[in-house]
Design a protein around this ligand. Structure first.
Ligand code: SF4
Length: 334
């Protein structure tokens, strides 16, 4: 399938405009994502409408805690990624061996929204691997989902190009974007990316009006210093606003960091406190059992407005307001 968002260059080369890598490819070369290739001067996507994972999930699993709480989202993933995070939890689909064969099956965009409706989902989520790299399917399926009144969610590393974001502006309703670190060295060394494009995109997404939540996977000894966590919290507060939910999530060994120690509950609570002390109104702990780490409190009166246990939610919000004091709560509630 021919790719979208690219330009031809002299001599049969192409430049891909889909993500911030902006790969310049000679004939026969693949981009860093492993799923876009220059075929005789045309940029082609190798995945097309192939999906590797399809599942009905609670929207809280994305994680999105302030977007249609308690609803189900029809989750879809394909193959490949423009990052190569050493700690990737989905490396079997994101990091492909270079044999040109992709796991999965074809799923047309039209079938996708129909399945979502049939299973009672309120939204479609593009997730599991980086959705940017299956843009062609995402673009079409998201448009159809919106036409049929479904929400559209991106779970992304936030490294897409400005062109990609602009093309998706009216087709996406909510996003959870990773802010993996506040250190460019970490992005380059551990992920094969860069920090600045992610920061720029977070600000653009905030300005575009998608519902936005941010996730940081806390990895012991890599991105967990109080100074760095403070920088992340300050950026979210200053640039995205105090109502932006921040999910601090525990690391457990995976892929090339399978033997790395897991995040302790103490460290997660430290990150939570840094977020709250920085003025962020909604900070959540994930991937470790915690009594209150998944609870939404009213920022005015501290009443519990959403209680969560596992993926079960008990939402007490009334017409977007706290039932105790009437304060307006940030989110998309129905
Ligand atoms: S999506 Fe990104 S990594 Fe893949 S070819 Fe395009 S610019 Fe390169």
């Amino acid at each position: 399938m021919q790719a979208m968002l690219w330009e031809p260059l002299p001599g049969g080369q192409t430049v891909c405009r889909l993500c911030a890598h902006a790969c310049r490819l000679k004939k026969g070369q693949k981009g860093q994502c492993g799923v876009r290739v220059n075929r005789n001067g045309d940029l082609t996507t190798l995945t097309g409408d192939i999906v590797t994972s399809v599942q009905l999930d609670p929207v809280e699993k994305k994680p999105l805690y302030h977007y249609l709480p308690g609803s189900m989202t029809f989750s879809v993933g394909s193959a490949g990624c423009n990052f190569h995070c050493r700690f990737c939890q989905n490396s079997q689909i994101s990091q492909l061996v270079d044999d040109g064969i992709f796991p999965g099956r074809r799923l047309k965009a039209a079938n996708l929204w129909q399945m979502a409706v049939r299973y009672g989902a309120r939204s479609v989520a593009f997730t599991y691997n980086e959705p940017t790299v299956f843009f062609e399917q995402l673009f079409e399926a998201a448009g159809q989902a919106r036409e049929h009144d479904l929400g559209v969610i991106l779970v992304s590393n936030g490294f897409m190009s400005a062109d990609c974001l602009q093309a998706l502006q009216r087709r996406v309703t909510a996003a959870n974007i990773d802010l993996k670190s506040f250190n460019d060295y970490f992005y380059r060394e551990y992920c094969g990316g860069r920090l600045q494009p992610v920061l720029d995109n977070l600000k653009t997404i905030r300005a575009m009006g998608w519902w936005l939540e941010v996730t940081t996977l806390i990895i012991p000894g890599c991105n967990d210093s109080p100074a760095e966590l403070q920088e992340i919290a300050t950026f979210i507060y200053d640039e995205l606003g105090p109502d932006t939910p921040w999910h601090v999530s525990a690391f457990h060994g995976a892929w090339r960091m399978a033997d790395h120690p897991s995040t302790s509950l103490d460290k997660l609570e430290e990150a939570w406190k840094i977020g709250r002390n920085s003025g962020l109104r909604y900070v959540y702990m994930g991937n470790l059992p915690s009594l209150l780490g998944g609870t939404t409190f009213c920022p005015s009166c501290e009443a519990v407005v959403i209680a969560r246990k596992g993926w079960q939610t008990q939402c007490r919000i009334r017409a977007g307001n706290c039932p105790s004091c009437g304060t307006r709560l940030a989110g998309i509630w129905k």
